[in-house]
Design a protein around this ligand. Structure first.
Ligand code: IPE
Ligand code: IPE
Ligand code: MG
Ligand code: MG
Ligand code: MG
Length: 275
């Protein structure tokens, strides 16, 4: 990310504000863990993994805008639009997304990864586009105004808004490891369960935790009439779903060559995480 002293300084300051505030770095960690589990050389996936964090941070900046979730706090800091104004926050999101794609186009640099890079770009842009993450965000907002609370719609929203980028980060790691199609499909089974578990936990934390621990406002979903797991299934059954999805992910990871490396442990982290 360009230094704050580079023109346009305000934009770069805003990009760095959201990116460097903290966060779990979960998507790059998944990309690295998948690459490592499937035998990529150490360090190879590090630069492109950062591309996923850039794209994820863009989605957070826009998710928090007044026209969307209207959130005041993110990663323990005031949100981009609160600090820099809406226009700069929108543009910082645009620039984070663009930089993320540029990073994925550039890395890994060795010529033998050219085909993998193109495949990653194709799957990432599909995953975050109008039938992926962006679709999920649209459906999430539309569902705020709907009276009926359909469990099927809920699954569609969660898989799209959260699951798709998580699956793409894992697939990218597999592709940098030049994994077989069979391993890639097993990795995706892990990603499907994990992505859903991740958003169920996010929904639960919004109810069961607080702003101090989360670094973002709690209780916001019910206030906005969001279609969430606890809203449809209640808290207890959401915990059961979460546990089931975590176990499903652990089992899927263990079927990978070498037992999935750190991937089973990362699935358990999703179930246990406190922020
Ligand atoms: C929050 O993502 C948005 C969702 C998709 C649930 P994270 O919980 O990964 O947020 P950071 O990156 O740790 O801040
Ligand atoms: C955000 O979902 C999903 C994306 C950013 C694509 P949420 O709206 O539930 O995320 P939080 O709770 O604000 O982090
Ligand atoms: Mg949202
Ligand atoms: Mg939100
Ligand atoms: Mg949430």
């Amino acid at each position: 990310v360009p230094d704050e002293s580079r023109w346009p300084e305000t934009l770069h300051r805003a990009m760095r504000h959201s990116l460097l505030a903290g966060g779990k770095r979960f998507r790059p960690i998944l990309c690295l863990a998948a690459a490592e589990a499937l035998g990529a050389p150490a360090g190879l996936a590090l630069a492109p993994a950062c591309g996923f964090e850039l794209i994820h941070t863009y989605s957070l900046v826009h998710d928090d805008l007044p026209a969307m979730d209207d959130a005041p706090l993110r990663r323990g800091a005031p949100t981009s639009h609160v600090v820099f104004g809406e226009a700069i926050a929108i543009l910082a999101g645009d620039a984070l997304l663009t930089l993320g794609i540029a990073v994925l186009a550039r890395h890994p640099e060795p010529e033998r990864y050219a085909a993998a890079k193109i495949r990653v770009l194709k799957l990432v842009t599909e995953a975050i586009g109008s039938e992926g993450m962006t679709a999920g965000q649209v459906a999430d907002l539309e569902a705020e105004r709907e009276v009926s609370r359909s469990g099927q719609r809920l699954l569609t929203i969660h898989e799209a808004k959260t699951g798709r980028l998580i699956r793409a980060a894992l697939a990218a790691g597999g592709l940098y490891a030049l994994a077989s199609e069979e391993a890639l499909s097993q990795l995706d089974a892990y990603g499907r369960a994990l992505g859903l578990a991740f958003q169920i936990k996010d929904d639960l934390l919004d109810i069961e935790s607080d702003a101090e621990t989360l670094g973002k406002r709690a209780g916001a979903d019910a206030a906005a009439h969001k279609l969430t797991f606890p809203a449809v299934w209640g808290i207890e059954r959401s915990h059961l779903w979460l546990g089931e999805k975590v176990e499903e992910a652990v089992e899927a990871a263990r079927k990978l060559p070498g037992g999935g490396g750190k991937l089973p442990e990362l699935a358990r982290f999703v179930g246990a995480r406190r922020s």
